[in-house]
Write a protein that binds this ligand. Structure first.
Ligand SMILES: Nc1ncnc2c1ncn2[C@@H]1O[C@H](COP(=O)(O)OP(=O)(O)OP(=O)(O)O)[C@@H](O)[C@H]1O
Ligand SMILES: [Mg+2]
Length: 383
C-alpha cells in the first residue's frame, strides 16, 4: 500500500519507506551505520565515493578499521569510543584512508543509536574537509615563513657565537702545533678540541632544525617525542634573544613524559608562546621571568604551562587573542596568526589550549594526550 506524503500536490509519488531510503542514499553527507562493535551495516553513496569503495557490498560487514589512517593518533580513537559508549555524541576532525591509500580529511559526528535506552549501534556523518585542509596547510606554511623571518635575527647570533669561539680554539690549536718541540699543555689542548666539536655540533643542530622547519611538507607525520626534548629544541632560536633581554627561564618537567605528535608543529607552538612573552616584556622594568611546567595530572594526559610576568593581557582583548589576524603589534612585527595556528595544531593533536591572565601574569595552559610508554612502532628520531 502506498502511504501519502504530505505535500501540495496531494498525489504521492512514492511510499514513505522509499523516500527515506532514497534520502539516505543520496544525502550529501557521507553516512554510515554500524553495530555496537563498529561493523558497518549500511552506508550511503557519498560514503562509498568518499572512501573510494567499489560498491556497498565492498564495505558491508567490514569494521570501521578499513578506513583508519596511521596519521590519526590512537588517543583520538580512544576518546571517540569512550564518548560514544557513554552514550554521548562525538565530534571531531579526522584523517582517514580511502581504499586507494589516499588521505581523506573529514569532520565526523558519531551518535549512538538506542533501542529501549540501550545502545544498539552508531551512526556517523562525515563532511569532506579536503578544501579546508588545503587552505589550512597553506596558512600553516605562511606562518612558518613568518616564524622563519623572525628567526633570522636569532639565527645570525646562533651561528656567529659558536663560530667565534671555534675560530679562537682552532687558532690556539694551530699555534701550539706550529712550533715543533714546544711543550704542549695537553689538558688545555684537549678542552679546546672538545669545544670546537661542541660548537660545530650546536651549529649543525641549528641548521638541521632550520631545514626541518622550512620544508614545505614539514610533515603531517606523528612520531614519539619526549616533552623535555621538545622544549629544549624549541628554545634553539630564542634562547639567546631571551637571555640578552635578561629574561629568566625556569623549566620544570616532571619525570619522563612521552607524547605522540608532529615535532615541527609542536615546536612552532612553543616558539610562538615564547616569542609572545618576549614581545610582552618589551619596555618592561624589573624581574622578567618565564616559567614552563610540564606534568602528568592523570594517566594519559599531560599539562604544559607557560607563564610570564610581563604585565598580563587586558581583559578587553583576552577573548580575542586566538582569532586569526588579531594582533596588538605593529604591522611588521606580528601577523596575529601565532595563537590561531597554535590552537589549531593543539586541536589536531587531540588537545586544548587556554589562557588565563591576572595580576600582571599570563599563563597559557596546553593539555595533550600523553603516551604511557614510547610506542615501539614509531621512530623517535625522525620527524
Ligand atoms: N604572553 C603574552 N602577554 C601579553 N600579551 C600577549 C601574550 N601572548 C599573546 N598576547 C597578545 O595576543 C596577541 C595575539 O598573539 P598571536 O601570537 O596570535 O599574534 P602576534 O604575536 O601578535 O603575531 P605573530 O604571532 O604572528 O607574530 C598579541 O598581539 C598580544 O597582544
Ligand atoms: Mg605571536
Amino acid at each position: 500500500m502506498t502511504k501519502a506524503i504530505p505535500g501540495d500536490s496531494g498525489s504521492p509519488l512514492v511510499d514513505t519507506a522509499t523516500l527515506v531510503d532514497r534520502a539516505f542514499t543520496q544525502a550529501e553527507y557521507a553516512i554510515n551505520i554500524t553495530d555496537r562493535e563498529g561493523k558497518l551495516i549500511k552506508v550511503n553513496k557519498a560514503y562509498i565515493e568518499l572512501y573510494k569503495f567499489r560498491s556497498e557490498a565492498d564495505v558491508l560487514g567490514k569494521t570501521q578499521r578499513v578506513i583508519r589512517s596511521p596519521h590519526t593518533p590512537d588517543s583520538v580513537y580512544k576518546d571517540m569510543w569512550s564518548t560514544i559508549f557513554r552514550g554521548e555524541t562525538w565530534r571531531g576532525n579526522l584523517t582517514n584512508l580511502a581504499q586507494d591509500g589516499s588521505e581523506v580529511f573529514v569532520n565526523l559526528t558519531i551518535t549512538p543509536v538506542r533501542e529501549n535506552g540501550e545502545i544498539i549501534g552508531f551512526m556517523g556523518f562525515s563532511l569532506d574537509r579536503a578544501q579546508q585542509v588545503l587552505l589550512e596547510r597553506e596558512l600553516f606554511h605562511a606562518n612558518k615563513l613568518v616564524v622563519l623571518a623572525t628567526m633570522g635575527a636569532g639565527l645570525a647570533h646562533e651561528l656567529n657565537n659558536p663560530l667565534a669561539s671555534i675560530l679562537l680554539d682552532a687558532e690556539y690549536l694551530k699555534d701550539i702545533f706550529a712550533e715543533p718541540g714546544k711543550a704542549i699543555e695537553w689538558e688545555t689542548a684537549a678542552s679546546a678540541a672538545t669545544s670546537v666539536i661542541q660548537g660545530v655540533e650546536r651549529m649543525k643542530k641549528v641548521l638541521e632544525h632550520l631545514l626541518m622547519y622550512s620544508r614545505k611538507e614539514g610533515g603531517q607525520k606523528f612520531s614519539t617525542l619526549t616533552m623535555a626534548q621538545l622544549i629544549e629544541d624549541s628554545f634553539l632560536f630564542l634562547e639567546r634573544q631571551l637571555r640578552s633581554r635578561n629574561i629568566t627561564i625556569d623549566v620544570e618537567v616532571d619525570g619522563e613524559i612521552f607524547l605522540s605528535g608532529n615535532r615541527t608543529q609542536l615546536e612552532s607552538v612553543v616558539h610562538n608562546l615564547l616569542s609572545n612573552s618576549r614581545d610582552a616584556f618589551e619596555g618592561h622594568k624589573g624581574d622578567k621571568r618565564i616559567q614552563i611546567r610540564a606534568r602528568k595530572e592523570q594517566p594519559g594526559l599531560v599539562t604544559l604551562e607557560f607563564s610570564d610576568n610581563a604585565g598580563g593581557i587586558p581583559a578587553t582583548i583576552l577573548d580575542r587573542i586566538f582569532e586569526p589576524f588579531f594582533t596588538t603589534k605593529k604591522e611588521r612585527e606580528g601577523t596575529g596568526l601565532g595563537l590561531a595556528i597554535s590552537q589549531k595544531i593543539i586541536a589536531e593533536h587531540g588537545g586544548t589550549i587556554e589562557v588565563e591572565s591576572k595580576d600582571g601574569s599570563t599563563t597559557f595552559r596546553i593539555m595533550l594526550p600523553a603516551l604511557e610508554a614510547p610506542s615501539p612502532d614509531e621512530d623517535m628520531m625522525e620527524d
